[in-house]
Design a protein around this ligand. Structure first.
Ligand SMILES: Cc1cc2nc3c(=O)[nH]c(=O)nc-3n(C[C@H](O)[C@H](O)[C@H](O)COP(=O)(O)OP(=O)(O)OC[C@H]3O[C@@H](n4cnc5c(N)ncnc54)[C@H](O)[C@@H]3O)c2cc1C
Length: 490
């Protein structure tokens, strides 16, 4: 019997995971990646003994990663060393308040009590809300495409939806559960995990802090890119071909059915199915259809501005994850989404993997991944002047929050601007998560995993269902591969 042939456009995490699942189903798979290396946003930068992840720095729900390797008859633990980062993160506020966020309940309850003892009750209710949302979405939103018919058991689960807060506004839900302004700001940060504003997102995103609390924050020793290296090695043992520097410029379709793709050099590859792992909104253009530009500006998720700093000094007072909050959170999000400009006082996340993993920096150095949210504006000028101005805003926030001065200690500093993200990964304006999850419709009804008009065309990854972030992207691959298996290509 002729082996069925699949093309995956993009070697992001979702594209690699789908390829592995399809290969395990007996498909002959080719992945076409426009960039020089696989991994997509989960990528790596190495210089002078410093190794940085350029994208994700935290993973959660490790069993989803384990399940992926098991599909291919392998064990995650044989390829990467998964480490829990505990306590979870350092939070530093402009008024000098500092505390450690722990996923250990006794430790965290004691911190909450010190901040405002009334918030113990609010915390339990909020965690309960997240838990119920998670239990509900486990068999529905996280396991199926939004356009598949729900099963009876799933409809029954809807009875348990906490209606009062579940469909409300995220920030208002936070204010209804917490008195402490510090806890309000901490919990309001979670919608940024999917590139969204807490002031516009639905309360259903309360599931994100629940997942982090319940499953913990994890790291792969040697950096998160070790996962991509392990996956690509596994793919090659399953005869999956990963073509880098191979941009797909056209999806070939005839009579409502895909036939293959064309690469930028003119080469064509025939296929029974094509799965888009790049931004879903680029598909109409790849099909040669004219229309509005991908994802209108107002609907885009956040981009990021990242500085990778190789430091010639140890920073023992800092942890693996550190968050330095801005002085006015609602103003910061108004600048990001209403004014669409880089905030003058940004909240700054400083990830220092070398605090727990000495293999990623020289003996007396640290690897600093310094990130602030930025708007995803098409064609925004991120020249040297704009990047330096943004660095000044970031550094000022750090210094006024007690961060050590870095002058004379920086071996090198490398900037990843929204424009660089946009170009490197073909993301509109550098929007990391495709569409923002603003309002429950855009949070729930993202581009589906199967095209509704073209047979053989599928979607996988953060811009499609169920959304961005590494575990979600792996679930997207699981949903898409299950739909392909059920679509009768045998
Ligand atoms: C700075 C940053 C920090 C992040 N932090 C976290 C975190 O801490 N935790 C977490 O879980 N997630 C985080 N994320 C998000 C996470 O990285 C993504 O959600 C996930 O990696 C996206 O995977 P994906 O499958 O959607 O593919 P992507 O990574 O989007 O890859 C898609 C690939 O498709 C390629 N492509 C696009 N068009 C074409 C074409 N026409 N032809 C060929 N190739 C094409 C692109 O070059 C790209 O390599 C972060 C992302 C960034 C950028």
């Amino acid at each position: 019997m002729k082996q069925r042939r699949a093309i995956v456009i993009g070697a992001g995490l979702g594209g690699l995971a789908l390829s592995l699942r399809l290969a395990a189903q007996g498909w002959q798979v080719t992945v076409c990646e426009q960039g020089p290396t696989p991994g997509g946003k989960m990528n790596v930068f190495e210089k002078d003994g410093y190794r940085f992840d350029t994208g994700p720095s935290l993973v959660t729900m490790p069993e989803i990663f384990e399940e992926l390797f098991a599909v291919a008859g392998s064990r995650l633990a044989d390829h990467v060393s998964l480490e829990r980062i505990a306590p979870h993160a350092n939070y530093i506020y402009p008024d000098g308040t500092k505390f450690v966020h722990s996923t250990s309940l006794p430790d965290w309850l004691s911190t909450v009590r010190n901040l405002d003892r009334r918030d113990i009750d609010g915390f339990w209710r909020f965690l309960g809300l997240g838990a119920r949302l998670y239990e509900l979405s486990r068999e529905t939103f996280l396991a199926r495409s939004p356009y598949e018919k729900p099963e009876f058991g799933q409809l029954r689960a809807l009875r348990h939806l906490p209606v009062r807060y579940g469909w409300g506004n995220y920030n208002r839900t936070i204010e209804a559960h917490f008195h402490s302004p510090h806890l309000q700001q901490l919990y309001n940060r979670y919608p940024t995990y999917v590139g969204s504003s807490p002031y516009r997102a639905p309360a259903t995103l309360a599931v994100i802090p629940y997942i982090e609390h319940a499953f913990g924050g994890w790291y792969f020793k040697g950096g998160l890119y070790t996962l991509v290296r392990a996956l690509t090695a596994l793919l090659s043992t399953h005869n999956v071909e990963v073509l880098t520097s191979s941009q797909v410029v056209h999806i070939i379709e005839r009579s409502g059915k895909v036939e293959g793709v064309q690469l930028s050099g003119g080469r064509t590859l025939a296929a029974d199915i094509v799965a888009m792992n790049g931004d879903a909104s680029a598909v109409p253009q790849l099909l040669g259809r004219s229309g509005p530009s991908p994802i209108p500006q107002k609907d885009r998720s956040l981009s990021g501005l990242v500085f990778l700093v190789g430091l010639n000094k140890k920073l023992p007072d800092l942890q693996h994850h550190n968050v330095f909050f801005s002085s006015n959170y609602s103003r910061e999000f108004s600048q990001l989404f209403d004014e669409q400009r880089f905030p003058d006082d940004p909240t700054v996340y400083v990830n220092i993997p070398s605090r727990t993993d000495p293999t990623v920096a020289p003996p007396n150095g640290e690897t600093l991944f310094i990130m602030a949210n930025a708007p995803a504006v098409e064609g925004a000028q991120w020249d040297g002047t704009a990047t330096e101005q943004a660095w000044t805003n970031v550094y000022d926030r750090l210094l006024s929050s007690g961060f050590p001065r870095l002058e004379g200690l920086i071996a090198f500093r490398e900037a990843w601007t929204p424009a660089r993200f946009a170009e490197r990964y073909a993301m509109p304006g550098g929007a990391i998560y495709g569409m923002a999850s603003h309002g429950w419709k855009s949070a729930f009804f993202r581009p589906a995993n199967r095209d509704r008009s073209i047979r053989g065309l599928y979607y996988v990854g953060g811009s499609s269902h169920p959304g961005g972030g590494t575990p979600m992207v792996l679930l997207s691959a699981k949903i898409t591969s299950r739909m392909i298996a059920g679509d009768g290509y045998a």
